[in-house]
Design a protein around this ligand. Sequence first.
Ligand code: ZN
Length: 106
Amino acid sequence: MKVNLHKPTVHRDDKPGDILGRLVHVRPYYSVPTGRGSSQPARSPFTQRARVTEEFGEEMVIVHFASEAYHAPWAPRAAYFPRELHTLTCECPACEGEGIASLRGA
Ligand SMILES: [Zn+2]
């Protein structure tokens, strides 16, 4: 089996205003219940397609996940830094392969 070693290609150098309206790939965050009244953060190993809809503060943007993620455990919209957003042509494991397990990074 061929292992996918591509690093994520992200919108690292783009300002929030530069990517408004763009389609991107994002690894969504969500919460997993660990007890009654407690939860812990989790992040999808795989990217989902989303559209950048607005700026959020000075450095972040709001993304709106595409409809195929309707049954997913994450919220339909969320705030991200541009450096967390993979480009549509990204070939990293989260976009094209077995996934990325890390909670940090892109
Ligand atoms: Zn990617």
